[in-house]
Ligand binder design. Structure first.
Ligand SMILES: [Zn+2]
Ligand SMILES: [Zn+2]
Length: 282
């Protein structure tokens, strides 16, 4: 099997809502979107506002664009960029978008709701063949091409959510965001899921102090997010390698993220804090 270049590019790293402004210039204010490029294969994880800049870059190539978009869940910060992702409006392009159904509603219906009038002037169906929306379930495995496998696992998050693991040529990368750790035990599903991975992107929305309601903070227990300290515990328990702190709290300034970055690397040197424009080659 040919071993292709495996590259990860960060277009949006912020949680909850976009936060442009002078205090977020270094790490960026767009909500989650990560491009995974394996040779010519384009894989996009989440379609937060970060996907808009990715779209502008893709469209410059002026060739037919095809790709797979995997959505963790339909909270706004993870889907809000789809109606503004320019390549879906250009005939000949094709994107297959995967996400989880909820009860009676298939993923297509869930995604279409956000583009219904009067909330948005273009309905999902009016986009045409460029977008194809498919259901995916936690636990499902997709063979994207002979050498590329996508695996999925369940997150612990209000309204649900899934993590993705992408494997190619003996290398593996996990995207684990919008999940809350358990108080007394490491999440057994996620520990197993990220086992031995080369890179793990993790929901570091809070610090332990914020999560536990110390230093005058209200407790964030049950809000569906985790901490950078729990990310380190998880990758250590699973024997995974590089940890990427992600889904930065929307209130967090660049200065505060610099402090977290230094504290986390002190404890776990193979750790980076994601910023818009960051690239990692596996
Ligand atoms: Zn989120
Ligand atoms: Zn969420």
């Amino acid at each position: 099997m040919e071993k292709l270049e495996f590259k990860i590019i960060f277009w949006g790293v912020r949680g909850s809502m976009p936060v442009p402004g002078p205090s977020t210039l270094k790490y960026g204010g767009n909500t989650p979107c990560v491009q995974v490029q394996i040779g010519e294969k384009l894989i996009i994880l989440d379609a937060g506002t970060g996907i808009c800049n990715l779209g502008k870059e893709l469209i410059k190539k002026n060739t037919k664009i095809t790709g797979h978009i995997f959505i963790t869940h339909v909270h706004w910060d993870h889907i809000h960029g789809i109606p503004f992702f320019l390549p879906v409006y250009k005939k000949g392009n094709h994107f297959r978008v995967f996400g989880e159904r909820k009860g009676d509603m298939g993923f297509k219906e869930l995604m279409s709701l956000m583009m219904k009038a009067p909330y948005f002037p273009v309905e999902m169906d009016a986009i045409g063949d460029q977008i194809e929306i498919c259901d995916i379930e936690a636990g499902q495995r997709i063979q994207l091409s002979p050498g590329i496998v996508i695996k999925t696992e369940r997150n612990n998050h209000p309204n649900g959510g899934i993590s993705y693991r992408i494997e190619h040529g003996g290398r593996s990368f996990c995207y684990v965001t919008d999940t809350e750790h358990y108080k007394d035990t490491i999440d057994p599903l996620l520990k197993n899921f990220i086992e031995g991975a080369d890179i793990v992107i993790y929901d570091a929305n809070y610090t332990d102090e914020e999560y536990n309601g110390l230093c005058g903070n209200p407790s964030r227990t049950g809000w569906g997010h985790s901490t950078w300290q729990e990310g380190i515990k998880l990758v250590r328990a699973a024997g995974a390698k590089k940890l990427v702190l992600f889904h930065h709290n929307s209130d967090r300034t660049d200065k505060e993220l610099d402090i977290i970055d230094a504290q986390a690397r002190d404890v776990y040197p193979d750790c980076v804090t994601a910023y818009e424009g960051m690239q990692i080659i596996l």
